[in-house]
Ligand binder design. Structure first.
Ligand code: EPU
Length: 336
């Protein structure tokens, strides 16, 4: 394991904000993680576990211990006629996992191509894109209990997945550290191509194959979402809000073009990007920060942004959406 003191978190957050951690510990195996959790001095500090840092905003230095998984491995551990089980280490870069499954010819992960971040965080966050969420392909999750060092397996239902939500963000917040994720992928062709413009983009290819779907998703993402290496950002900054049906119907009279997706009999999801754009934020600059000009849900570090620029910008966007639509939008990004 690697233990660093007064460690710069710059390479560990895609907003490219400068902040130091009092301690930074990276572990390579479940055994090492158990050792780390048993270190006598660690209990004196707050502990925060990061993944790829693609959904975080460090508001300042972290006066505790930042943990990071370097648990690797992608391995087929079982199969039946229909599907395969693939066990993945929490420290694997998520898109490498998608590339591996596509290469192997297994269906299920391709719509989640190019989502930044690492596998452990993906399973906490229930990442999603283009009509698929991680929960759709998770068989089980292996985690270590922080207080005891004991390993526990959570089946899919026990993870209590919902939109960008899981038990690891709610009842069991800060209690378990995910070390492995077991994915269940399909051997027989099955695609999910209903979302947005996937079909029309796919028409560029002669045939619909796993590789072509992956390339299409990558092209769509690259056309809308800024490359974190070039322009600091954390993907969607806000979640898409759920709006009660009567309220949506009222708003629809005033804004007939408002997009929406049914969630249940009495709830719809409205794209936060649309609400933000209607409030006039598209492409606006705010200190060193700004709103991306191709996707309003993405706040960017234009270079030299302070964390406070981004925090203020986000708060102002929330206020204008509240004033114009009486809708609360909540950050998906976690402030630390
Ligand atoms: N729209 C606007 N203005 C914009 C962008 C979008 O009005 O600047 C409207 C359009 O009407 C569009 C609708 O919003 O049809 C939805 O846009 P898009 O398909 O780009 O998706 P999104 O709702 O903005 C969500 C996820 C993304 C994911 C995409 C595609 C959340 C918070 N975000 O964005 O996830 O890639 O769908 O599935 O659910 C992320 O979480 O970091 C992320 C990038």
């Amino acid at each position: 394991m690697k233990i660093e003191e007064n460690y710069s978190l710059l390479p560990h957050n895609t907003f490219h904000l400068q902040a130091n951690a009092r301690f930074f510990i990276e572990y390579n195996s479940v055994g090492e993680l158990v050792e780390v959790l048993a270190l006598p001095w660690i209990k004196e500090y707050p502990v925060f576990h990061i993944g790829g840092g693609s959904n975080l905003l460090f508001k300042g230095d972290y006066k505790g211990v930042i943990l990071h998984s370097s648990v690797k491995g992608m391995e087929k551990i079982g199969e039946d006629e229909e599907s395969v089980l693939v066990k993945v280490g929490s420290g694997e870069v998520w898109d490498d996992v998608v590339a591996f499954t596509v290469e192997a010819g297994w269906y299920g992960a391709e719509n989640l191509s190019l989502i930044p971040g690492e596998t452990g965080a993906a399973a906490v966050q229930n990442i999603g894109a283009y009509g698929i969420e991680l929960k759709d392909i998770v068989d089980s999750v292996e985690a270590v209990e922080r207080s005891t060092g004991k390993i526990r397996i959570f089946n899919n239902a026990e993870c209590e997945y919902a939109y960008r939500e899981s038990i690891f963000k709610k009842e069991l917040k800060d209690q378990y550290i995910i070390t492995h994720v077991v994915l269940r992928l399909q051997k027989k062709q099955q695609f999910h191509l209903e979302y947005g413009n996937i079909q029309s983009e796919l028409a560029k290819y002669d045939t619909v194959t796993l590789t072509n779907v992956r390339q299409t998703i990558i092209a769509i993402r690259e056309s809308k979402l800024p490359d974190t290496d070039k322009l600091g950002n954390a993907g969607s900054f806000f979640m898409n809000p759920y709006v009660a049906l009567p309220k949506y119907l009222n708003l629809k009279q005033e804004y007939p073009q408002m997009p929406h997706y049914p969630v249940s009999d009495d709830l719809v999801k409205v794209p936060a990007a649309w609400l933000i754009e209607q409030c006039g934020w598209k492409g606006r600059e705010w200190g060193g920060a700004g709103v991306h000009d191709k996707q309003c849900l993405v706040l960017v570090n234009r270079g030299g942004a302070l964390a406070s620029d981004i925090v203020d910008l986000a708060a102002n966007i929330q206020t204008s959406v509240k004033e114009k639509f009486d809708i609360d939008i909540t950050p998906e990004v976690i402030y630390i």
